[in-house]
Design a protein around this ligand. Structure first.
Ligand code: GLA
Length: 729
């Protein structure tokens, strides 16, 4: 890892172990250009890559064609309305109502470490070293200054980027748009990989051919969303898991985003990623600053698999702060699919007692314990325990559960307010709403205006007071609707466009407060399943409920897309009953367990109603979880076959960092008649080590397993699965 300024060629060069990123200062005016991003190169002068010696040449040579220059120059951070017609990275409205802006080079700093980003989650230096380049830019006409920040890490091939804007003029300006990154590069017939989905169907992998014009994924829903994900990758034509090029871009933010690829008239691409400009306008008074969230870029020329492992390691080593990151997670049972709203303390204690017999370690009480909430129509905001259900109060229930030998966890949805709640009757103005317009309901609820300090304090104190009232060791923080009616009673007229971003900042502030005040709490985020499963949330919680779909087969695709970027240790995954509540499918109990192993592992069912056979399987499943959890939490992930592509079977593997063991999961979704065994090439092993398949006499060298493969005999039946444990001899 290194960052240097090559003075003669006016180039900034950032090197990670295997990649280089080069920025150039060009011409007398100091245009900031992008020269190169890709596999590592030498410290040579590569300014020619910016094509500044070709027509139309730079403005000092040919100012007559300045617009042609600005519209073709691979810029590091595009301006707006002054000649570059491609997507702008920044847009402002100045005191005259005009919108031109062009940020030019001013100076730089190279610093050890990595500064945080005010109010926002961000990667940090952690236990290995980091280095940061800050390039100062300015629009002298407007008096707007900016800083483009880039960080590299000693142990990673990722590069992070963010932007800071300061209004150094004497007048207010409006920031209408600020992307966190802009990257211009030649197209190489890349495809765009995106993760799309819906409720209960999150993060399915999809490819699009990149055509001329703009193609994007985005959210304007106030959260990162079920529907589209703040991640895109440019993937080479022939890229596989192990070969070929891929550029990944992931946004460390939990609100509205835009990720866009634009192919222009000269077959160049411009990638931008940042807060979505829709419904966004931030007023900066003289001296005010605005911080953009961070983007994590990963380049790999060893296929998608290497990109995946780079993201996993970066997030484990430089983003997730929770003390639980490195600890085995408690095996929990959650009562949501077991009871929905229909429970009381007796029911929960029955579940707890049987769960204890099975080896389960924690009971989580989900939605429905507060106010008078017996369905999803009321009481959000009234966070007092419902003593008709929880007789004797919460402390008594928690003590009783603890006495059985289980820890206790609880569900909250602190960002919400039901129209039918005491809170709403007392403070109708606390809900986000447009004056004189009845706000749009979703799941019969409104969103609290957390940007108001008194609302934020109320919501936070509700959670904190409950946590202080009993021995509660886990919180599931849910968020079950997306934002509409964007308007705040406490923001000035010309600041209404700040609400969406301020909302995300306020939510982050609440979570920061929670983990500071309760440092031993295990926090699991959730949003109607996985609508806020993004790197921003990992700064606060080490795990996120991945999807409300607990069907083992649907989960294969959801978990494949999720694990493309995020470590398995972050993926909330539980075993539930069949027929599955979302899709009605019946799968073997064993397969449900094997699929949930590639996540945090737990149960979401009424254990008192299980068949004797399934119940008897739980202790064994938990034993398997404990046996492999360290490997799964900390190991390297390899994707070997994908049911979403072949429609038949799924296969993935986790290899320990020292390559002494590997766990392969094979799930046969559909059996085929009259077929022989399946050959799977096993990646990630040490070529020279001998590996024994645990429980057999078979042993093979890593090299053989990699190139010749392992034969997997098809199990009898659909939805069958197996775990194959390879152990170094
Ligand atoms: C969301 C969550 C579920 C459950 C319900 C409760 O949908 O994803 O796990 O907690 O809310 O209302």
């Amino acid at each position: 890892m290194n960052i240097k300024y090559l003075e003669k060629s006016r180039l900034f060069k950032l090197d990670t172990n295997n990649t280089s990123y080069v920025i150039g200062v060009v011409d007398e005016e100091g245009f900031l250009g992008h020269a190169y991003y890709g596999a590592r190169i030498a410290d040579d002068d590569v300014s020619y890559l910016m094509r500044i010696y070709e027509n139309p040449k730079v403005p000092s040579v040919n100012n007559r064609d300045r617009s042609s220059f600005l519209d073709t120059f691979p810029t590091e951070f595009s301006g707006n309305n002054v000649g570059d017609y491609r997507e702008s990275a920044i847009a402002v409205t100045d005191k005259n109502g005009a919108s031109g802006i062009q940020l030019l080079y001013k100076g730089y700093r190279i610093i050890d470490g990595k500064p945080g980003i005010k109010g926002l989650p961000a990667t940090f230096e952690g236990e290995s070293k980091a280095m940061t380049l800050e390039i100062d830019v300015v629009d002298a006409t407007l008096g707007i200054e900016g800083t483009l920040s880039y960080s590299t890490f000693e142990d990673s091939d990722a590069i992070t980027r963010s932007v800071r804007i300061k209004n150094s003029s004497e007048d207010a300006i409006y920031l209408d748009k600020l992307m966190s990154m802009c990257l211009d590069m030649d197209d190489n017939n890349y495809k765009m990989l995106m993760l799309h989905g819906s409720w209960a169907r999150e993060r399915h992998i999809e490819y699009r051919q990149i055509g001329y014009g703009k193609q994007s994924v985005s959210s304007t829903r106030g959260e990162s969303s079920h529907q589209e994900h703040p991640f895109i990758a440019l993937v080479g034509e022939n890229t596989t898991q192990n070969t070929g090029e891929v550029y990944g871009f992931n946004f460390v933010y939990s609100g509205n985003f835009l990720a866009q690829v634009e192919k222009n008239q000269f077959d160049s691409l411009r990638v931008v990623m940042g807060i979505h400009p829709d419904n966004f306008r931030f007023k900066l008074n003289a001296g005010d600053e605005f911080y953009s969230p961070e983007v994590v870029m990963v380049y790999s020329n060893n296929g998608l698999g290497q990109m995946t492992r780079t993201y996993h390691d970066l997030y484990r080593n430089h983003l997730i702060r929770s003390p639980y990151l490195k600890k085995p997670r408690t095996v929990l049972i959650n009562n949501w699919e077991a009871t929905y709203f229909d429970f009381d303390n007796d029911k929960l204690l029955d579940i707890a007692r049987t769960a204890k017999e099975c080896g389960i370690e924690m009971l989580v009480m989900d939605d429905g314990w507060f106010g008078y909430r017996n369905d999803d129509n009321s009481s959000l905001g009234d966070w007092q325990v419902n003593e008709n259900k929880i007789k004797g109060g919460l402390k008594k229930l928690v003590d009783d559960v603890n006495a059985i030998g289980l820890k206790f966890g609880i569900w909250f949805e602190p960002e919400m307010i039901s129209p039918d709640s005491d809170l709403y009757r007392a403070h109708p103005d606390w809900a986000i709403a447009i004056p004189n317009r009845i706000p749009c309901r979703s799941r019969n609820q409104y969103v609290l205006d957390l940007t108001r300090p008194e609302v934020r304090d109320y919501a936070y104190n509700c959670v904190a007071n409950i946590l202080k009232s009993a021995n509660i060791e886990y919180v599931k923080w849910d968020m079950n609707r997306q934002l509409t009616d964007i308007s705040s009673a406490c923001l000035d007229k010309d600041r209404q466009g700040e609400l969406m971003h301020r909302y995300v900042l306020a939510m982050y502030e609440m979570q920061e407060r929670l983990i500071t005040d309760f440092p031993n709490l295990l926090l699991e985020n959730c949003s109607g399943g996985g609508a806020r499963f993004d790197p921003g949330m990992f700064y606060y919680s080490p795990q996120i409920w991945c999807s409300d779909d607990t069907d083992a087969i649907e989960r294969l695709s959801i978990q494949e897309g999720t694990a493309l970027i995020y470590p398995l240790s972050t993926i909330g995954a539980h075993v539930s009953v069949c027929p599955n509540h979302t899709v009605g499918r019946n799968t073997p109990f064993e397969t449900r367990g094997n699929v949930a192993l590639a996540g945090t592992f737990g149960y979401e069912l009424d254990v008192t109603k299980l068949s004797a056979e399934d119940k008897a399987a739980i202790p064994k499943q938990i034993g398997t979880y404990h046996k492999y959890n360290q490997l799964i939490r900390l190991g390297d992930y390899y994707r070997m076959a994908s049911y979403s592509k072949n429609n038949l079977y799924d296969c993935y593997e986790v290899v320990s960092k020292d390559k002494s063991e590997a766990l392969i999961t094979f799930v046969q979704v559909l059996n085929q008649p009259n077929m022989h065994s399946i050959n799977i090439k096993i990646d990630g092993l040490d070529d020279n080590k001998m590996y024994r398949i645990e429980g057999t006499d078979e042993a093979y060298r890593g090299l053989t397993l990699k190139n010749a493969g392992l034969l997997i005999e098809r199990p009898w039946g659909d939805f069958q699965s197996m775990l194959i444990h390879l152990v170094e001899e």
